[in-house]
Design a protein around this ligand. Structure first.
Ligand code: NI
Length: 162
């Protein structure tokens, strides 16, 4: 496995819309494994492919932050969003920043696993928050795009990229 370099704001790849994954070949299997390794080494609970310079619809999520209990989520779609809760989030692409973001408390997630098999599950609370955060990355959105204009200015003043 190889560690991947984390792209940080304002890297333009973070603004791109990620492309669907159509192949689950060896090259993608290696990418999934490298993303998993990179996420744990960077102490993240989620990592989206654009954050490692690959504009594809892939996210790794480990809400309990436990090795071996991560989800490889490919071509995700969310529906039936319920409730709303404001909570603090961080992002490996915005090192050092924390922002309060409103997210749905509960949703239905459909996705393909690393072998291309389809799944659907209900997720809630912190797991749902991580999914919504990572899905934003696949849609070219960062936490900066989820806060008010004035909060964005405050965050950008605090921001000191690595
Ligand atoms: Ni992030």
């Amino acid at each position: 496995m190889a560690l991947l370099k984390i792209r940080t704001y304002p890297d333009p790849i973070l603004k791109q819309i990620a492309q669907p994954v159509v192949s689950f070949d060896a090259e993608h299997q290696k990418l999934f494994d490298d993303m998993i390794e990179t996420m744990y080494v960077e102490d993240g609970v989620g990592l989206a492919a654009p954050q490692v310079g690959v504009s594809k619809q892939i996210m790794i999520v480990s809400p309990e932050s436990k090795r071996g209990e991560e989800y490889v989520i490919v071509n995700p779609n969310i529906s039936d969003l319920r409730g709303r809760e404001v909570g603090a989030e961080g992002c490996l692409s915005l090192p050092g920043l924390s922002a309060n973001i409103a997210r749905a408390k509960k949703l239905i997630l459909s996705y393909q696993d690393r072998n291309g098999h389809p799944h659907e599950m209900e997720v809630r609370d912190f797991f749902a928050r991580v999914i919504q955060h990572e899905l934003d990355h696949l849609n070219g959105l960062l936490m900066l795009d989820r806060v008010s204009f004035s909060d964005r200015q405050v965050l950008l003043r605090e921001y000191q990229p690595a």
